[in-house]
Write a protein that binds this ligand. Sequence first.
Ligand SMILES: *Cc1c(COP(=O)(O)O)cnc(C)c1O
Length: 224
Amino acid sequence: MSIKNNLNRIQSSLPEQVTLVAISKTKPDEDLLEAYQAGQIIFGENKVQELLGKYERLPKDIEWHFIGHLQSNKIKYIAKFVSLIHAVDSFKLLKAIDKEAEKNNRVINCLLQMHIAEEESKFGFSPEELEVLIHDESWTSLKHVKIVGLMGMATYTEDTQQIHSEFALLKSYFDRFKTGIFKSKDEFNILSMGMSGDYQIAIEEGSNMVRIGSSIFGERHYIK
Ligand SMILES: *Cc1c(COP(=O)(O)O)cnc(C)c1O
């Protein structure tokens, strides 16, 4: 299957309100261009240097999302062009993004990452930490970042019941914030959950943004 066919098949299977982010990490420029020529505009990367290189070489109307763990000292490289940062997992990082966005005269859209998986290794706020951050309201003083929703990753497991319940948990927080503290902020509107292996479940549980890599571009090979 070609990238174009994979993309068309996935795109046509998604409900209208669901945005597809094509996760192109580790993939060469040609692969992204093939997807771009098939109509894909939003791409996601998880390494700053790789994202920067692709941004510089590829068409300028691509919308770049950063989906990985972001280090504060690297924000400056992507602040002038990144359109959404998916995985903000501390207030410190949010403040650092705000600072770099201000230098670039921009407002950068961010999602807060909630830790919903069993695995220790996955970053993100615990539900309790997220509550504290949201209700503390210090974030409202940051004028160059906009919190536009939540993001999460489910446990990598065959147990679909567990995946359902992890996504359902994230959705319940999303709904609570949306009808509560963010009630007057229409921009709080994105629930980023679902990858190649679990995006159908995520959509059933209310996702409106899926991050799909290997089902579009094929398996990743990390050997350099
Ligand atoms: C790599 C990655 C994806 C895409 O994973 P696939 O299984 O290839 O679809 C989605 N989200 C994040 C945060 C990732 O790092």
